[in-house]
Design a protein around this ligand. Structure first.
Ligand SMILES: NC(=O)c1ccc[n+]([C@@H]2O[C@H](COP(=O)([O-])OP(=O)(O)OC[C@H]3O[C@@H](n4cnc5c(N)ncnc54)[C@H](OP(=O)(O)O)[C@@H]3O)[C@@H](O)[C@H]2O)c1
Length: 247
């Protein structure tokens, strides 16, 4: 059965890998992100694109209208939009407190507000039964990351997902969170990624002896969206090669 799949942050990294996985199954995919050129360059066969800042309610209303016109119902909603804020424009001025306020606000907007606004805008369109909502958290939500605002923002998604699972469960909709460890080949760490030494350290933290790939996370999202995962809800699935336990 062809499904309608909405993927925020679908133009790069994990969201793009997920888009390719679902499109390869014959599903109809809508890619969302702020940069139209990035979405267009993603070149996922048959995918629709819509550029929007998902932390902005007006933009999200635009997405909801587009989804209503193009899809009607949404079978799978994947929230891959996010980031640690380091690539966003800095606070103006020199006051350190302004910089702290800006950093925490940016992280909340990127990681929590994007997911919450899009969910609330599309909730009534989720397929009943069978709908799937999937959030992207992080290993940082469990153990910090040096970017405390990012870790806290990701952790904030967990109770939202649990609450949503309770609200939507009676409608046959599951809600789960995937929390990756370090994943390479994404835009998360900027154009240069992490340096070799840092990458080797991150690989050494795992039990598998390697860093994660966007495909690792996409495969988990695809599994959680499958009919066979219908009784899995309100879970946080860690995809980190065992790194969270530490070494
Ligand atoms: N890479 C890792 O090691 C890692 C580890 C754990 C968790 N994660 C999480 O996994 C998710 C995917 O990240 P990724 O690694 O694939 O990084 P990525 O390549 O940077 O993807 C993030 C995407 O989110 C979009 N985005 C950011 N803010 C947005 C907004 N306000 N509205 C709409 N779209 C927005 C970005 O596009 P635009 O800039 O064009 O909007 C970008 O395509 C994120 O939530 C991230 O926190 C990543």
């Amino acid at each position: 059965m062809t499904r309608n799949v909405v993927i925020s942050g679908g133009g790069t990294g994990i969201g793009l890998a997920a888009a390719r996985t679902f499109a390869a199954d014959g599903d109809r995919v809508l890619l969302l992100g702020r940069r139209a050129d990035v979405l267009e360059r993603a070149a996922v066969p048959g995918a629709l694109t819509y550029a929007a800042d998902l932390a902005d309610p007006a933009d999200v209303r635009g997405v909801a209208g587009f989804v209503g016109r193009e899809f009607g119902a949404v079978d799978v909603l994947i929230h891959s939009a996010g980031g640690n804020g380091l690539l966003e424009p800095p606070a103006g001025g020199d006051d350190p407190l302004d910089a702290v306020a800006r950093h925490w606000t940016v992280n909340f907007r990127l990681n929590v507000l994007t997911a919450v606004l899009l969910t609330e805008a599309l909730r009534h369109r989720l397929a009943e039964p069978g709908g799937r909502v999937l959030f992207l958290s992080s290993i940082a939500a469990y153990r910090g990351s040096g970017q405390v605002a990012y870790a806290a923002a990701k952790a904030g998604l967990h109770p939202y997902a649990h609450d949503l699972a309770r609200r939507l469960g009676p409608h046959g909709i599951t809600v789960n969170v995937v929390a990756p460890g370090y994943v390479e080949d994404t835009a998360f760490f900027g154009a240069d990624g992490v340096d070799e030494e840092h990458r080797a350290r991150l690989a050494a933290e795992t039990s598998t002896g390697r860093v994660g790939t966007p495909g690792d996370v996409a495969a988990t999202l695809h599994w959680l969206a499958s009919p066979g995962a219908a009784h899995i809800t309100s879970q946080i699935i860690q995809v980190n090669g065992g790194a969270e336990r530490g070494h």
